[in-house]
Design a protein around this ligand. Structure first.
Ligand code: F3S
Length: 398
């Protein structure tokens, strides 16, 4: 791999041990995947934030690093709402360790707002063709597919290394030839809202890590694409998808239709909404409802606020979003919280150990449906946002 003189000096340790380690990781990845050089990135999004997932070893690794990031960098969700962790039932020991992790990242100049939807925030508004080093799988999918920016599915250490160096290795989804669709997915029915998460949940299993192009009967909104991409990345390992006539590269490139065609029928989507045997035979009753996977957009908060206005709910319900979006949508947040639902920031139902306090969760996200049972050991079932609110035991206040 070609390195500039400056990059060589960095690799030799002339600019300190942290940068040496960081560029060593990037060069090693570049060598493995056949990159020709390092390329500048516009921003980084760093996973490996929740103490639940990185533990003491991760904390120690981050704490040893010095210096500052060279591009805007932001964190993935942590294991708790950084302000309301006690209310979530988080243990003080966990909270202390989580705060230490956040502080360690902050000392490197990383923005410590924790979210999987950095694209809603100033400084992270990528454009078509921008090179990024993002790591959370739904954020990667959104950047590549909906925005048309270019990022591999970075691991936490490689995204952090890219942020410190300001560059990443030029391979994978940074290259034109890796972005072409290789499998077609024909959706044989009309979809709306959470159906897109169900579609991603079903289709991801057949697509695996390939690049698909969808042929759909409707034109999905960006929020619907967000939920599709998150589910595709979780039930498969899709980092980039196209939708004919909708996503920017599909519009620009007029891709040839791939030979392999997967057909998704209405019944397959409907099946995702059916409760699993765990619920029906095990007599499980939903004890928590969570929405906002990926983190809610301002428009999604508005929709939920409208649905909950003047009502109260009987069960625990979390609406997950980033703190910055919540701070911009104070009115919607108030309306949601007045109903008894909690607007939970900085974290989510998958990465927080607080989910373990429940037995059965209803979600409106294909990604959460896939991950909650395996990562939280909590049974999950799927519903639209309307079904989720109904399941929360909504009562009209008037
Ligand atoms: Fe985001 Fe957590 Fe879902 S990180 S995509 S809300 S699993």
């Amino acid at each position: 791999m070609y390195l500039t003189k400056e990059e060589e000096k960095t690799l030799e340790g002339e600019y300190g041990e942290t940068l040496r380690k960081a560029i060593e990781i990037l060069v090693a990845l570049g060598d493995i995947y056949g990159a020709d050089s390092l390329i500048p990135i516009k921003s980084a999004q760093i996973a490996g934030v929740s103490y639940k997932t990185i533990g003491d070893a991760g904390l120690e690794w981050i704490s040893d690093l010095e210096g500052k990031v060279k591009v805007p960098a932001i964190l993935n969700p942590a294991g708790m709402d950084m302000l309301r962790w006690e209310e979530m039932g988080i243990e003080p020991d966990f909270a202390r360790k989580q705060q230490e992790i956040i502080d360690a990242y902050e000392s490197l100049g990383i923005r410590t707002k924790c979210t999987c939807t950095p694209y809603y925030l100033e400084g992270f508004d990528a454009k078509l063709g921008d090179h990024l080093a993002w790591s959370e799988s739904s954020a990667v999918s959104y950047a590549n597919s909906v925005i048309g920016a270019r990022t591999n599915r970075e691991g936490g250490p490689s995204a952090l290394s890219a942020a410190l160096v300001g560059k990443t290795a030029n391979y994978g989804y940074h290259l034109d030839e890796m972005r072409k669709p290789v499998v077609a997915v024909t959706v044989d029915c009309e979809l709306s809202g959470s159906d897109y998460g169900a579609l991603g949940y079903v289709a991801g299993k057949s697509i695996g890590s390939r690049v698909p192009i969808f042929y759909m009967q409707n034109k999905p909104s960006n929020d619907e694409l967000k939920t599709l991409g998150a589910a595709l990345a979780a039930s498969g390992a899709v980092a980039l998808y196209h939708v004919e006539g909708v996503t920017p590269e599909a519009i620009r490139s007029n891709f040839e239709r791939p030979d392999e065609n997967i057909i998704i029928e209405k019944q397959q989507i409907a099946d995702v909404y059916e409760a699993s045997a765990e619920f029906t035979e095990g007599g499980l009753d939903t004890d928590i409802i969570t929405v906002g996977c990926p983190h809610c957009s301002p428009e999604e908060l508005e929709t939920i606020a409208r649905m909950l206005e003047g009502k109260s709910i009987q069960k625990e319900m979390w609406v997950c979003t980033s703190r910055e979006v919540a701070e911009k949508c104070v009115g919607h947040v108030k309306a949601i919280e007045k109903s008894g639902a909690k607007v939970v920031c900085d974290t989510c139902m998958v990465v927080s150990p607080a989910s373990n306090n429940y037995k059965a969760m209803m979600v409106n996200s294909g990604k959460a449906l896939a991950y909650v049972p395996s990562m939280c050991r909590v049974a999950s079932r799927y519903g639209s946002i309307e079904q989720c609110i109904r399941e929360a035991g909504v009562v009209d206040e008037n």
